[in-house]
Design a protein around this ligand. Structure first.
Ligand code: PLP
Ligand code: COI
Length: 360
């Protein structure tokens, strides 16, 4: 893909000033973006890197009405030797294409996604923080731009990538969170779009999350839509348990996003000698297991927060305290191993990390 560079480059003083701030998550944006357009007649065209700026769209653009929108979330990490690397970027590209298929949107060849992402991140190298766990969050996004009000598959799209230097997703950092099992609402149902990364899923999650916050919890634990009994995800993260010394997680069954962090952790844990199970896990199994001492650790996994220990689970008017509200040994090991690779502290034996120079 021939990417046009329509900018003199990134503003060094701006990146330095921004990285000196308390970054939080997704508050600041690097000053360049990638974009390209699609129409049925031309396919993907006009790939370019331009200054970060608002997008002008017709008010009848279909994304505003029928939410034909998908996105990805990945990170660029600064290594101690100054190099910048991304974690399994081809897995994010493949997932974007799976989401695209579910939402009737056009795919972008994986190598083109890799090339455009790496071209942008290379130009924004100065925006990659040097202090773990901070990193540069990369957000590829595709929206339907045809101007039309009838419900149908859009014939035009915009794809863009923006980048945000970020600190920890949760203000407390790597510390146990309080989780509320959602008794009423569901995030996604089998046959729906739960396994696609589309904006509508997140819109559907907001009300439950707001109520949970008002009740003093950090995040919602979602149960399945059919029986309201089986554990699915925590907020926008996958969920894992240590049960009887084994690492267990909910099997993917259409309503759960196949997380790249989840997949990586299952692989790591297996290689570290743990028995790994992907299966249905009911909320009774979890709460009773906590009381009996068989469920010893619970944690969430996702790109944004990496690994998040769960300290308290609220369900049925009771609070179940996991591992005395402390970070358990498996959670700690998984976190250390994964962040060790991501931040270049330890060599990655899986070939998951790709330095900028390896693709551009
Ligand atoms: N589940 C949902 C709903 C998500 O939005 C994410 C984040 O992308 C995840 C799980 C974790 O996925 P990953 O590990 O690929 O970031
Ligand atoms: C994740 O990376 O874990 C996410 O869920 C991203 C979130 C900001 C939507």
């Amino acid at each position: 893909m021939d990417i046009a560079i329509r900018t003199p480059g990134s503003h060094a003083a701006l990146s330095t000033a921004t990285l000196g701030r308390d970054l939080g998550f997704g508050k600041y944006f690097a000053d360049l973006m990638f974009r390209m357009r699609y129409s049925e007649a031309t396919g993907w065209r006009d790939p370019e890197i331009v200054p970060y700026a608002p997008i002008a769209l017709d008010p009848a653009a279909m994304v505003f009405h029928y939410a034909q929108e998908i996105f990805e979330g990945q990170k660029a990490y600064r290594w101690p030797d100054g190099r910048v690397a991304m974690f399994r970027p081809e897995a994010n590209a493949a997932r974007l294409n799976r989401s695209a298929e579910r939402l009737c949107m056009p795919a972008i060849p994986i190598e083109d996604q890799m090339q455009t992402t790496f071209a942008l991140v290379s130009m924004l190298e100065a925006w990659v923080p040097a202090a773990p766990p901070s990193s540069l969050y990369v957000r590829p996004t595709m929206i339907a731009t045809e101007t039309a009000l009838g419900v149908h598959v859009s014939r035009e799209y915009l794809y863009f990538i923006i980048c945000s230097p970020v600190g920890p997703y949760f203000p407390k950092g790597f510390a146990p969170v309080r989780v509320k099992v959602e008794p009423t609402y569901t995030r996604a149902a089998e046959g729906g779009t739960g396994d696609a990364k589309c904006g509508g899923n997140y819109a559907a999650s907001l009300l439950a999350q707001r109520v949970a916050k008002e009740e003093g919890f950090d995040v919602v634990l979602w149960l399945d839509a059919r029986e309201h009994r089986y554990v699915e995800e925590i907020g926008a993260m996958n969920i894992l348990f240590v049960i009887d010394g084994k690492l267990a997680t909910s099997a993917l069954r259409g309503s759960i996003l196949p997380g790249i962090t989840r997949d990586s952790i299952l692989r790591l844990a297996k290689d570290q000698g743990m028995v790994v199970e992907e299966r249905a896990i009911s909320i009774e199994e979890v709460t009773q297991g906590i009381e009996r001492g068989t469920v010893t650790e619970v944690f969430a996994a996702g790109t944004a927060a990496i690994v998040t220990p769960v300290g308290v689970i609220g369900w049925g008017g009771k609070e179940y305290v996991v591992n005395r509200n402390a970070v358990g040994p498996v959670t700690r090991r998984v976190y250390d191993t994964l962040t060790g690779y991501q931040f270049g502290k330890n060599a990655d034996p899986y070939g998951w990390m790709q330095t900028l120079a390896s693709v551009v």
